[in-house]
Ligand binder design. Structure first.
Ligand SMILES: [Zn+2]
Ligand SMILES: [Zn+2]
Length: 171
């Protein structure tokens, strides 16, 4: 959703609450797509707070589908956003990559939400504390069933130790 800011920039003390919504269906980051499973419309309060200065404020929650770090099953992950910003459009400096969600005199809410969500993404997420993960040999989800593969050889460190034992026995 794009919000036109002209009147908030020019009209002193002008304020309005907009029913805001998120258009995007996923958060795409470094080639990975995290689907947005739940989002809601929310009130976005816009205000002129001085000459060429506009503030916006909102709270919302979105739920993303993020793969478990071990078994890749999708885990629901809720992100709570609490945003309050004030921008002076007369001295707006976009050179350092900030304010990428501001385009001339409009605010691209999806870009702003994206910028807010990314730092809140977990670096590692498990579907459950004791997730058994995938079998490194055949790819079976070990939470669902035991495939019976000999997985000790799949770990190169373990293989090295086994070799040492083998050599030891041969001596
Ligand atoms: Zn898992
Ligand atoms: Zn297996």
């Amino acid at each position: 959703m794009k919000i036109q800011l002209s009147k908030f920039i020019s009209a002193m003390n002008y304020t309005e609450t907009v029913e805001a919504s998120i258009d995007m269906e996923e958060i795409k980051l470094r080639g990975v797509s995290y689907p947005i499973r739940k989002k809601e419309t929310f009130p976005l309060v816009l205000k002129n707070t001085g000459k060429n200065t506009v503030s916006w404020e909102f709270q919302t929650e979105i739920t993303l589908g993020i793969p478990c770090d071990r078994c890749l099953n999708e885990v629901s992950y809720a992100v709570i956003l609490n945003v309050m910003e004030e921008v002076d459009f007369e001295h707006l400096d976009k050179t350092d990559g900030e304010f990428s969600y501001l385009d001339d005199k409009s605010l691209d809410l999806d870009v702003l939400i994206f910028d807010e969500v990314v730092p809140k993404l977990p670096s590692k997420l498990l579907c459950r504390e004791d997730c058994k993960g995938l079998c490194p040999v055949c790819g079976t989800n070990l939470n669902e069933k035991e495939c019976g593969c000999d997985r000790t050889v799949a770990d190169p460190r373990m293989a090295a130790i086994q070799d040492i034992f083998k050599n030891f026995k041969e001596v």
